[in-house]
Ligand binder design. Sequence first.
Ligand SMILES: Cc1cc2nc3c(=O)[nH]c(=O)nc-3n(C[C@H](O)[C@H](O)[C@H](O)COP(=O)(O)OP(=O)(O)OC[C@H]3O[C@@H](n4cnc5c(N)ncnc54)[C@H](O)[C@@H]3O)c2cc1C
Ligand code: FES
Ligand code: FES
Length: 457
Amino acid sequence: MRIELTVNGILRSVDVDPMTRLLDILRDDLRLTGTKEGCGEGECGACSVVMNGKVVTSCLVPAMQVGGSEILTIEGIGTLEAPSELQVIFNEEGAIHCGFCTPGMIVASHDLLEKNPDPDLSAIRRELSGNICRCTGYEKIYNAVIRAAKESYGRKPKPRPKPAAGGRPSFTSEESSRYFSPATLDEALEILKRNPGTPILAGATDIVVDLRGGRATDERAMDVFGLPELHKIYKGDDGFIHIGSCATNDELEGDPLINEFLPALAHCAGRCGGPAVQNRATVGGNLCTASGAGDLPVVLLVLDAYALLASAEGEERVRTEDFVIQYRRTAIGPDQLVKEILIPIPAAGSKQVFFKRGSRKALTLSRASLAAYLELDGNKVRRLRLAAGSMSPIPRRLKETEAALIGETLDAPFIHRAARLASEEISPRRQAAYRKNITGNLTRRFFEETVLGGGGF
Ligand SMILES: Cc1cc2nc3c(=O)[nH]c(=O)nc-3n(C[C@H](O)[C@H](O)[C@H](O)COP(=O)(O)OP(=O)(O)OC[C@H]3O[C@@H](n4cnc5c(N)ncnc54)[C@H](O)[C@@H]3O)c2cc1C
Ligand code: FES
Ligand code: FES
């Protein structure tokens, strides 16, 4: 496969296999070795680059998604001979600890300051949450970014090489029967009709990790991440919020409509991995991975969402709970893809929430999560949906708890009972006592803080 991409302002052309990682293109083909490989699974940030204006981990980006892109690497920010002010400040502040992590930290810091020249400490912490330092700590790194902001690094004009042209990949004739890069959704559906079961590539943050673990194949793939139709978010006149399946966590978190009507989803999206993962991870990919550890499906369950499946023959709606059948298995047919997620507009005055407990925010898995949706009639429960994540092979509703509480009066005994029922209903296979306890606590917190405004009884 031949692709053209702009790297640090220069048009480059490479011949590589379609599933070669961007990281390998940069290091092996273009000899830009400033970008490092640490974990190879999106967790350490050592391989961070800016792709089309967003930080990404280049170890998770397959070559067939890179054609026509504009990439900025550490070498495009500054070199040993001509370092940028940011690199000089990192050096002077003692923020350069080891050669592996520093390029990624500087790329992420550069990106932050270009977009937000005056970040506060929490914005800096957040931006660097996907960049791990295990040796020395973050204090000096944060100080360097704070100083760079004070010295107006983000506001100063920088030499900006003009992006060059470049197009979609041109596959060899042998590859073109196995790899596809459609320009429109209709074209994608026709490809699936002719090549049923072709693995779909969205943000690839699960697939590339699965490839390393031998759980996925790189023999065939169809890229849909670049299809504009699949990134649309809009309020339909059918009473649903429509979310394109390739909307990324970053897009969900920042979208005004999602924040207004589906705040639990916006909050959840902002808690799935560090910024470089959020810039690529999609809602459709999270749902289709069909894992109990996926966070967004927990929220989709309580918001009563549907997956809108499309094929060349037409479209059908499937409820989230019928879509995820079992661990890593969904109801999708071989000629279908998820086009949109449809979420009914929540009732006025309803409450929704997502809580997550886990290890580091930027790492993959929740240890426990809970989502809730509630409608009240006075102080009586009219509608209640609760779902727990990371407890079972797939996320699941707590239907017995819901049934026992609907129609009841929301008071102190109610909350006590709700917490007990929720913790009894889940049956985690590991860390059972901890997870049962935390589910009860999160249920209590939902009713006390979210519904009663924090005061409790
Ligand atoms: C460092 C790191 C941290 C992470 N943290 C979290 C986290 O905190 N919470 C969390 O839930 N997840 C997390 N993840 C997992 C991952 O980012 C999410 O599951 C993500 O949303 C997957 O989306 P994607 O677009 O990258 O999927 P992909 O890898 O592109 O695809 C995943 C699966 O879905 C299928 N698929 C994708 N889109 C479609 C479609 N439109 N139609 C049909 N099939 C489709 C693919 O064929 C594949 O089987 C993390 C991953 C990494 C690497
Ligand atoms: S090498 Fe660790 S995130 Fe890419
Ligand atoms: S900077 Fe690399 S481990 Fe600390």
